[in-house]
Design a protein around this ligand. Structure first.
Ligand code: CU
Length: 490
């Protein structure tokens, strides 16, 4: 019996037809998964619009069928160039019957962020934030996780395509790994890119205590552009360790005072050492609690080449000098280090390049504290007004009395005797024309004559008609501390 079909019914039919199409596709996908496993087909090393009958975007869903036959495991230095992990290392493995076998150990670690600041943290295999799992597309990996913590944990392979039961969400996809237990994860890597791993049980506590790491998967058939001279892996995180305490406060939501790269603050962050003309990749991951970090490079521009492990086609890559790495994200950036020098590479949030400090200071900038210190010292013998000219305290900060286990605002002595007033999320890209070895710290950059910003000479000022006039210095700093044209704080 034919009846008139209402617009609503028509729409409903349309939806049903679409659902039917989707269903048959899903069925095909399921059958595909059930089929006796064909060999895993590695990506062809380019960004196709379509692969067979699968569109470009479909390949981004889950990596496709799960039960593919893995490809043979390959060794670092032969089939791929391992990543460089400043202040850290890649996890060792054994190959057993064609499977790469890793043993990850979650444990408590007496961790040193920098000389003078230690805390009892949690980490993997003796390192905090800086144990990297590295493998190759198509390999089968078996990762045993031993829990030496006093509490249950689990490990989530963040961004990795895998069977649901291997996803590591405690309580949801598996039972917890209880204290003392060893659990086995096993899956075939059906993708490549920069991924991460972290505890997925009591996340606030366990990730805040340090149970995070990078998971780098190299392509099986790398395009020529994949090859770089330097391939760095940097994990960013943030901590709250109030002065004088020895355990991270994982309840903190906003006021983090220790900002780290691979678990270290500057000046303990190992520099990124490159030769002039090197092709450089930096893989950035952020598994801190709250903050997104705009990571900024000096003297160069880079392209953002991958987001969360997926490559961006060349035509869509953004040239930038600052890339925002949000919580839970990874970004690959690539550039040619063609400018010799010591270049800052740091988070551009100014509070994130400070080392541990109290945040309860009143704003004293511009206040003249004359006589105040004397008056207060009669009550508090070591009292010193802080911050009336900013926080540029340099060496003085090291000499001041502080609670134990704190590194306060110190940065590091630089090549000119002056202080580098930054700490935290800060490292140095060291580019040199000549390098004996990437493993050798090349010292400070030796600037060619005439290429450093120095105090202008009277002759130069005369020549260019610069009249310094009667320089007066604004209140706050005793006049004898200021020699007019050295006022370079800002
Ligand atoms: Cu930041």
């Amino acid at each position: 019996m034919r009846t008139k079909v209402s617009r609503r019914q028509l729409l409903g039919m349309g939806a049903a037809t679409i659902a039917g199409a989707a269903l048959s596709k899903a069925t095909a996908h399921a059958m595909n998964q059930d089929a006796s496993g064909a060999a895993y087909q590695p990506s062809r090393g380019h960004n196709p619009q379509r692969e067979g009958d699968r569109s470009y975007w479909e390949k981004s869903y889950s990596g496709g069928p799960v039960n593919v036959k893995p490809l043979a495991p390959v060794l670092p230095g032969k089939a791929y160039t391992p990543v460089v992990v400043p202040n850290g290392a890649a996890l060792s493995f054994r190959i057993i019957d064609g499977v790469k076998v890793f043993h990850l150990i979650a444990e408590e670690i007496d961790h040193e962020f920098d000389a003078g600041l230690k805390a009892k943290c949690w980490g993997y295999n003796g390192r905090v934030n800086s144990t990297v799992i590295e493998a190759v597309e198509g390999e089968r990996v078996r990762i045993y996780v031993t829990n030496r913590l006093p509490v249950a944990t689990s490990v989530h392979w963040h961004g990795v395509n895998l069977p649901n039961g291997m996803d590591g969400v405690g309580g949801l996809t598996q039972p917890y790994i209880k204290a003392g237990e060893t659990v086995k994860y096993e899956f075939t890597l059906r993708q490549y890119g920069t991924q991460m791993f972290h505890s997925h049980h009591d996340e606030m506590t366990q990730m805040g205590m340090g149970l995070i790491g990078m998971f780098v998967i190299h392509p099986r058939n790398p395009r020529p552009e994949y090859q770089v001279n330097r391939d760095f892996s940097l994990m960013i995180s943030e901590w709250s360790i109030p002065a004088g305490t020895f355990r991270p406060n994982t309840f903190e939501m906003t006021d983090f005072n220790v900002l780290t790269i691979n678990g270290k603050v500057f000046p303990s962050t190992a520099p990124l050492i490159c030769k002039t003309g090197d092709k450089v990749r930096i893989r950035l991951g952020n598994l801190g609690a709250t903050d997104h970090h705009p990571m900024h490079i000096h003297g160069h521009h880079f392209r953002v080449t991958a987001t969360d492990g997926e490559e961006i086609p060349l035509s869509a890559q953004w040239p930038e000098s600052t890339v925002l790495v949000g919580v839970g994200q990874t970004r690959n950036i690539e550039f040619i280090s063609d400018a010799p020098g010591d270049w800052a590479f740091h988070c551009h949030m100014t509070h994130h390049v400070m080392n541990q400090m109290g945040h309860q200071f009143p704003n004293m900038v511009g206040v003249n504290p004359e006589g105040l210190d004397e008056k207060i010292r009669s009550l508090l013998p070591a009292y010193m007004t802080m911050g009336n000219t900013g926080m540029d305290m340099g060496k003085m900060a090291e000499a001041m009395p502080y609670p134990r286990n704190t590194i306060s605002m110190k940065g590091a002595s630089g090549p000119f005797g002056d202080y580098i007033s930054m700490g935290g999320l800060f490292t140095i890209l060291k580019v040199r024309d000549q390098l004996r070895s990437y493993d050798e710290e090349p010292g400070w950059y030796q600037h060619p004559p005439g290429t450093v910003a120095l105090k202008a000479t009277d002759e130069e000022l005369r020549r260019d008609g610069i009249d310094r006039g009667n320089v007066t210095v604004s209140a706050g700093k005793p006049a004898d501390e200021n020699k007019a044209n050295e006022h370079t704080d800002h």
